[in-house]
Design a protein around this ligand. Structure first.
Ligand code: FE2
Length: 288
């Protein structure tokens, strides 16, 4: 049976109505207030709700979200995200993005994992990541690149230990003949992210993929559609970045977006959907 799922990313959910975010903001986060106000203008809950409506209409097996579900990784933000995800009514898989470990405190206390662990259940070694969700003939592999960084820096890192575990996991799942879908927040194609915005160990990640391959790599972070391939051991590995799921902009290429995937071991199809200002519409020119 193929796995049908919707991939979205960077939903940056925020509800300032009634949320007592003020008490969570301290001097270290003064820059965060501007970020929150800016986000509120640019991202809309309504778009996420529309994605959920599509997920139900398409009767997909799952909703997959590749990070940046919050803005400042504050506890009230995670509470909001968790309640929204529980209302989806379908299985949901998440991984963290850089905004989900915006502060050292959030990273140290494993706030993302504490609030959203129920959406990352799966097989794992002695660490949170990567986790593996076996879904029939498909394996979703959740990688974390989320590390706290200085203001205006949005880098990510997989880290040597996680890369070593990923190396083992990809080899094992290939041996079982499963379609391996790697979920990672930061783009993994060289030259895509600006300096101070990219994956610090992109080259080392590429080497693991070159050794073992994967059937598909999905990411977010850039708030635009990105397409390319990384070299694999026998064939190129497709890498797809999706725009932000909740972005209101009508700037070409940056519209709010989600992708509908059908994945089986020997075939992958995708229908890309753009927010056209009133609704999400399928874009036949972006079919895969
Ligand atoms: Fe990001």
């Amino acid at each position: 049976m193929p796995l049908r799922f919707i991939h979205c990313s960077d939903i940056h959910l925020l509800d300032l109505k009634g949320a007592q975010l003020g008490q969570w903001l301290n001097k270290r986060l003064t820059g965060g207030v501007n970020l929150l106000l800016n986000r509120r203008r640019k991202h809309s809950h309504n778009l996420f709700d529309q994605i959920v409506v599509h997920a139900r209409e398409y009767a997909v097996d799952r909703l997959v979200i590749t990070g940046d579900l919050t803005n400042l990784a504050l506890a009230p933000e995670f509470e909001l995200v968790r309640s929204k995800l529980r209302e989806v009514g379908l299985p949901v898989t998440v991984i963290p993005g850089n905004h989900d470990t915006y502060t050292r405190g959030a990273a140290r206390s494993r706030r993302f994992e504490t609030f959203l662990g129920e959406f990352m259940e799966g097989e794992r070694d002695d660490a949170d990541y990567p986790f593996v969700q076996r879904l029939g003939d498909v394996a979703l592999i959740g990688v974390s690149t989320a590390i706290p960084s200085l203001p205006l820096v949005a880098v990510g890192e997989v880290g040597e230990e996680q890369l070593a575990r990923l190396d083992r996991v990809l080899a094992q799942l290939a041996g079982e003949g499963l379609a391996r879908v790697v979920l990672i927040h930061h783009p993994v194609l060289p030259g895509v992210a600006k300096p101070r915005h990219g994956l610090l160990d992109l080259e080392a990640f590429g080497k693991v993929i070159a050794r073992h391959g994967a059937e598909l790599i999905l990411h977010g972070h850039e708030h635009r559609r990105i397409e390319g391939t990384l070299p694999g051991p026998s064939r190129p590995v497709p890498v797809h970045g999706v725009g932000s799921g909740t972005y209101l902009s009508q700037e070409p290429g940056k519209h709010g977006a989600f992708s509908l995937y059908t994945v089986e071991p020997r075939a992958i199809t995708r229908v890309y959907h753009w927010w056209n200002g009133a609704a999400f519409a399928a874009d036949p020119s972006a079919a895969y």
